[in-house]
Design a protein around this ligand. Structure first.
Ligand code: PLP
Length: 429
């Protein structure tokens, strides 16, 4: 694979941009080698600056659920952009997107738009603190909630990929208000709540984590959290930035049948434009400014181009629910394929999957929390990543990330992916 131009672009980028990238996991640090610079993408394919084509399993880390340059979204943006890109005053589009979300998600009465998943979780936590008058929050090791200070304590995703799950620059004062629990450990949460009785404002969790690979909740775990939060007046926040509108229109809440008090969104909600949102019950959400005392604002929040992109994609997904079944089928085919190849390879492996999120961990242990996810972050993964890349299959460059499927993936694409995996595994033995 020729990567001359990408290499040269990375050298130049590194002179002007810290580490040559604007978000760390793009830098390929944990898998080695230089990042690939993308020129364009269409459907399930990305094309780099050297003219290589890749089957894309990142999908912009989730938003491109209908594939790149999805025509209805492109058209809507093109039409709208003529009317200016931002006003700093309300538009009807904001109502349409908010209404669509509130009418589709049973426990969501109000939604506030922001510009990223990070902003959504930061704001949700502030709101939970303001609403309950309490200060501490519980988060789970390996769950990633963006780069807000309170969350960079054993965070997943890029933070752990680069070996800084807890970042310098976060003050001791902030860190002491974040209590850390282990995913799938209900007893541990009960003990934390007992030890901090009456002090916990919120419990934030990726209901189905995708930032330490894909991990599934064990029976009773999330139900137990729901019960504790209700009993102890703790705001339960489901961070659905990854799972929202991906595991189904109603996200993990719908897939699991559990309702949180606040929900955060990002990724799919903006169709690839910078959008996040937090949403929930009326009494909590009305606590935000201008009606309530908890301040949160954004010059570009509810941006008309971002709103029309999100609205067009969400409306399409709502009108075509079969998309979710078809994505599930495609991902199932990949899982089945890998499961039939892997036993012959002698490699250690575990596969976790929910809907169109899947992760392959090079360990024989079951992967159910942050520690067990770490067992798969090894040399096997690096070799696997590069073996797939050179065969034209672009996987997330980290053992801690879920793959994201997009709807335009064809039968041939999936066959090529599985054949590439077979050849790569052979090289790895
Ligand atoms: C990606 C992600 C975030 C952060 O969103 P950004 O838009 O990158 O700030 C937060 N929570 C989860 C679960 C995510 O997957």
């Amino acid at each position: 694979m020729n990567t001359t131009r990408s290499k040269s672009l990375f050298q130049t980028a590194s002179k002007y941009i810290p580490g040559g990238v604007n978000s760390p996991v793009r830098a390929f640090k944990s898998v080695g080698g230089d990042p690939i610079f993308i020129q364009k993408a269409k459907g399930a394919y990305m094309y780099d600056e050297d003219g290589n084509r890749f089957i894309d399993y990142i999908a912009s880390w989730g938003p491109m659920i209908m594939g790149h340059a999805f025509e209805p979204v492109v058209k809507a943006i093109q039409e709208r952009v003529e009317n200016s890109t931002s006003f700093g005053a309300p538009t009807e589009l904001e109502i349409q997107l908010a209404q669509l979300i509130c009418e589709s998600i049973p426990n969501v009465d109000r939604v506030r738009m922001v510009n990223s998943g990070t902003e959504a979780t930061m704001s949700a936590i502030r709101l939970a603190r303001g609403f309950t008058g309490k200060e501490k929050v519980i988060k789970f090791a390996g769950c990633y909630h963006g780069h807000g200070d309170s969350f960079l304590i054993k965070a997943g995703s890029g933070a752990v990929t680069l070996g800084h799950p807890s970042s310098p620059g976060v003050t001791k004062g902030t860190a002491k208000d974040t209590l850390l629990a282990e995913y799938n450990d209900l007893l541990g949460v009960k003990e934390l709540v007992e030890a901090n009785k009456g002090e916990i404002a919120a419990l934030i969790i990726e209901p189905i984590p995708g930032n330490m690979g894909c991990i599934l909740p064990e029976e009773g775990f999330l139900e137990g959290l729901r019960e504790i939060c209700t009993q102890e007046n703790i705001i339960l926040i489901f961070d659905e930035v990854m799972t929202g509108f991906r595991l189904g229109f109603g996200g993990a809440q719908q897939a699991l049948g559990i309702e949180a008090d606040l929900v955060t969104y990002g990724k799919v909600i903006g169709a690839g434009m910078p959008v996040g949102a937090y949403a929930g019950r009326e009494d909590i959400m009305e606590f935000i400014a201008p009606n309530g005392p908890v301040y949160q604002a954004g010059t570009l929040s509810g941006n008309p181009i971002a709103m029309v992109a999100g609205l067009t994609l969400l409306q399409y997904l709502k009108d075509h629910p079969q998309v979710y079944d078809e994505l599930d089928q495609k991902c199932h085919t990949i899982q089945n394929g890998l499961e039939s190849i892997l036993p012959e390879t002698g490699l250690p492996w575990t596969i976790n999957r929910k809907g169109s999120m899947i992760s392959l961990h090079f360990t024989n242990e079951s992967v159910r929390d942050f520690d067990s996810a770490g067992k798969g972050a090894n040399e096997h993964f690096k070799k696997f990543f590069h073996g797939m890349l050179k065969r034209g299959v672009y996987l997330p460059p980290s053992a801690y990330e879920s793959w994201f499927l997009s709807h335009p993936l064809s039968k041939e694409d999936i066959e090529h992916t599985l054949e590439s995996a077979r050849l790569t595994f052979r090289e790895m033995q």
